[in-house]
Design a protein around this ligand. Structure first.
Ligand code: PLP
Length: 387
């Protein structure tokens, strides 16, 4: 069956007990045991819950995995997965990681004796060169945030396999609609379901899917041991968001393509980062390993002053962190997601004071174009005439 159908019919959408067409929220924290010698399927809700389980099976099915896990946030999913590693282990990670992931790797893991090298993973030679005898994992995000650098998933998986390391892919930006890292050889796929999968700016959640049952057992153990599980009502919201995931992604992506082209031809825009533009260095690789370019793009308006003007003038996108929602979201990486990064490091990564990131939502694309056009227009003339 095709993906759009599997979103709605994957075996986890109907309550097996009642036939309810929406999986009920089982709010119980504990479960009566009818027979001490034959324990029931559920005993305590941290260890298992029917609503969360429906979501976990759904993400596994959508990513082509055998097992799924739902966590209380994208970061708790990331952190729990990283605790697969032990004192003395070494990881290789993408340079342009989500800020929260970078923070855990740079400030928490070293305390546990786990070291991380951050490299430009768009160059597989650099990934290979960073491997050490104790490298146990490679962690990538593709496309990356906010300049959408593309890393070759299958190529990285081959390096990981050759060195006995696990390949972990953060697939938040494309969702399972456009990219399935497990099918390209990755071992673990992670999502911040707060973004496209939830899709409505009303839930914080994380999801993990894996192929290998032994690896699934280790992650299941950590999920229960650490306990950062997704709450039942949030699991229900994510299940509901998933039903419209493809429709939302396809509409927003079509609009993002139109907007990226318009911005690329706009005199006030110095540079546009979108993998759907043939001029993007990762365009061809993205076309090979993914079936879409997604709804996030970044553009540089030349200076911090211009960026602030645009941010203060836009009327439709909310000005905020986060992405992947029904409403468009305009972010200012230099002051938001990458504020902690020293300016010279930021600029080296293309995260200049003039860079804006737009997560395109479901508004009419003409309205979005008109709004961006008025926000970008230079108003010095009208200011002068007002005096
Ligand atoms: C938001 C985000 C995360 C973290 O997820 P939370 O749900 O905010 O904890 C991880 N990776 C990427 C790419 C993200 O955009």
């Amino acid at each position: 069956m095709k993906f759009a159908t599997r979103l709605l019919h994957n075996g986890n959408e109907i309550c097996p007990r009642t036939g309810a067409a929406s999986i009920p929220m089982y709010l119980a924290s504990t479960y009566h045991q009818f027979d001490l010698d034959q324990p029931g399927r559920y005993d305590y809700a941290r260890s298992g819950n029917p609503t969360r389980e429906a979501l976990e099976k759904t993400i596994a099915a959508l990513e082509g995995g055998s097992h799924g896990f739902a966590f209380s946030s994208g970061m708790s999913a990331v952190s729990t997965v990283l605790l697969l590693f032990s004192n003395g282990d070494h990881l290789v990670a993408s340079q342009d990681l989500y800020g929260g992931t970078y923070r855990v790797m740079a400030e928490v893991l070293p305390r546990l004796g786990i070291t991380v090298d951050f490299v430009d993973t768009t160059d597989l030679n650099r990934v290979e060169a960073a491997i050490r005898p104790n490298t146990k994992g490679i962690y990538i995000e593709t496309p990356s945030n906010p300049t959408l650098k593309v890393t070759d998933i299958a190529g990285t998986a081959e390096i990981a396999r050759r060195h006995g390391a696990l390949l972990i892919v953060d697939n938040t930006f494309l969702s399972p609609v456009y990219q399935n890292p497990l099918l390209l050889g990755a071992d673990i796929v992670i999502h911040s379901a707060t973004k496209f999968i939830g899709g409505h700016s009303d839930v914080v959640a994380g999801l993990v899917a894996v192929k290998d049952p032994t690896l699934a057992e280790r992650i299941g153990f950590l999920q229960n041991a650490i306990g950062a599980v997704l709450g039942v009502q949030d699991a229900w919201l994510v299940l509901r968001g998933i039903k419209t995931l493809k429709t939302r992604m396809d509409t927003a992506t079509r609009s993002a393509e139109t907007i990226a082209q318009a911005l690329a031809n706009h005199p006030e825009v110095h540079r546009v980062y979108y993998t759907g533009l043939p001029s993007h260095p990762g365009h061809r690789l993205q076309c090979q390993q993914s079936s879409g370019h997604g709804a996030v793009l970044s553009f540089d308006v030349g200076s911090g002053e211009r960026a602030r003007e645009v941010l203060s003038r836009v009327r439709l996108p909310i000005v905020a962190v986060s992405l992947g929602a029904v409403e468009s979201i305009l972010s200012y990486p230099a002051k938001m997601s990458h504020a902690a990064m020293p300016q010279h490091v930021r600029e080296r990564h293309g995260i200049t004071d003039g860079l804006l990131r737009l997560s395109v939502g479901l508004e009419d694309v003409e309205d979005l174009l008109n709004d961006l056009e008025q926000a970008l227009s230079v108003r010095s003339v009208s200011v002068a005439s007002n005096r």
